[in-house]
Write a protein that binds this ligand. Structure first.
Ligand SMILES: Cc1cc2nc3c(=O)[nH]c(=O)nc-3n(C[C@H](O)[C@H](O)[C@H](O)COP(=O)(O)OP(=O)(O)OC[C@H]3O[C@@H](n4cnc5c(N)ncnc54)[C@H](O)[C@@H]3O)c2cc1C
Length: 398
């Protein structure tokens, strides 16, 4: 973008990657997004293009065939992609989180087994915590895996798997019986390799069809039913049961930076559309941008875009430096997603009646922005994380 959302201090490699992705989004994503979204069609050609650019392996270590790039590079790539179409960023997000969890917490065998194929995009990841009865309250998970010889037998139902049908690897969080007092210490992540597709894709593993959504079309979101599904104990992430909650929360922390980046991308696009429209549309003898009420709206929108971008970059850099970023990632996610909803709403208003027409891109952005208020933890959950972290930090003694 010409003036907004610039990032200081990027390396030549980062700049090169971002320029390539920006070009790809301009040529291959933006011109097709409206039609694909209208048809709720999977963006197969775009995904192939992302594979060729190596984006599925962007953050995977070089020793496993990836590019070994940082969370910041990834987040800035996501911002660019979401500016074109949020659904495309949805295709790589769950993959990125799953690869991150395996890279950080997997055994050497698991890393060698999964990561090289994930880096090429041959193996694509989804992650599954939510269930029909719970999303925010992860520790209440009911889906249960019971040990049976060298295997576990899993029964239950999961909900809201982004890429549930198109992914062939699912990081699945379920309850195991570790005898721990605290509920979250009885949760275990399994790495479930499965065929792509819908229906009973493996004995006892059922992917019902796509869930119909308000926006975020094209990318599939599904349920997952486990009915006596048998999986080997070697599929436990990290090899030790009972650590799944920690694994997932670590994954979600980087996921929150990614959601903030998506919100930035959508807000940037909404601003671009609004600032262009405001200079073309004329009322009362002048461009609407010359009415102070509209100009001030543009000023506020741009300020929100800039603030969200800076917080997102800060949270990514903190994680890249090896520090805990739960508070900063929560703040970035909270602010960026709330601002994104406000900026798209303002861009919609600037478009007048045309904003309500499906011919205009802003109509799509209006339906996409609300998901960011929910995914990777709602705004209320972010406030819980932020306030807990701050109270820990600023604890009064004595
Ligand atoms: C399109 C889409 C894709 C998704 N993809 C995935 C995915 O890939 N993997 C996955 O595991 N999940 C996924 N999710 C699920 C998502 O993470 C959850 O929807 C989200 O965490 C909220 O959970 P919930 O819907 O159960 O809402 P609930 O937890 O039932 O919350 C309902 C409301 O109550 C509020 N609330 C809850 N608890 C508190 C509290 N303690 N204090 C104050 N307010 C509270 C919430 O903020 C919210 O407003 C997806 C969801 C959607 C819509």
């Amino acid at each position: 973008m010409a003036r907004l959302a610039r990032t200081a201090g990027l390396t030549d490699v980062q700049q090169e990657i971002l320029a390539t992705v920006h070009d790809f989004v301009e040529k291959e994503v933006i011109p097709h997004a409206q039609a694909l979204e209208k048809a709720d069609a999977y963006p197969t050609d775009i995904v192939e293009g992302m594979k060729e650019m190596g984006l599925f392996g962007l953050t995977i270590d070089e020793e496993y065939g990836g590019l070994g790039e940082s969370l910041l590079t990834y987040a800035l790539v996501v911002e660019e992609i979401a500016r074109g179409w949020m659904s495309v960023s949805g295709v790589i997000n769950t993959h990125f989180i799953t690869a991150y969890m395996i890279g950080r917490h997997g055994t050497d065998e698991q890393k060698a087994h999964f990561l090289p194929r994930m880096a090429t995009g041959e193996l694509r990841g989804a992650f599954s915590m939510s269930e029909p009865d719970l999303g925010s309250d992860v520790a209440a998970i009911k889906t249960r895996a019971k040990r049976d010889g060298d295997d576990y037998v899993v029964d239950g139902q999961k909900m809201w798997l982004t890429n549930g049908g198109t992914a062939n690897l699912v990081a699945l969080l379920v309850r195991t019986d570790e005898g721990a007092e605290k509920a979250h210490e009885n949760l275990t992540t399994f790495l479930v390799e499965k065929p792509v597709g819908y229906g009973e894709v493996a004995p006892g593993l059922i992917v019902p069809g796509k869930i119909e959504k308000m926006g975020y079309k094209g990318v599939d979101t599904t349920e997952l039913v486990l009915d006596g599904y048998r999986i080997g104990a070697d599929a436990v992430l990290g090899g030790v049961p009972g650590r799944g909650f920690r694994h997932m929360m670590d994954g979600v922390e980087v996921g929150r930076v990614n959601v903030a980046a998506r919100a930035c991308g959508i807000a940037i696009r909404a601003f671009e559309l609004a600032v262009a429209y405001a200079q073309q549309r004329r009322t009362f003898g002048k461009a609407i941008a010359e009415h102070q009420a509209v100009a001030f709206k543009l000023a506020e929108m741009a300020t929100k875009v800039e603030a969200a971008h800076l917080m997102m970059v800060n949270a990514a850099r903190l994680k890249d430096s090896g520090q805990r970023n739960d508070v900063e990632a929560g703040m970035a996610k909270l602010l960026a997603s709330e601002y994104c909803a406000e900026v798209t709403q303002d861009a919609f208003r600037i478009h007048g009646g045309y904003g309500y027409s499906k011919e205009y891109e802003i109509e799509r952005l209006m339906r996409e922005a609300p998901f960011l208020l929910i995914g990777e933890g709602t705004s209320e959950i972010q406030k819980m994380i932020i306030s807990r972290g701050l109270l820990r930090e600023y604890r009064q003694r004595g």
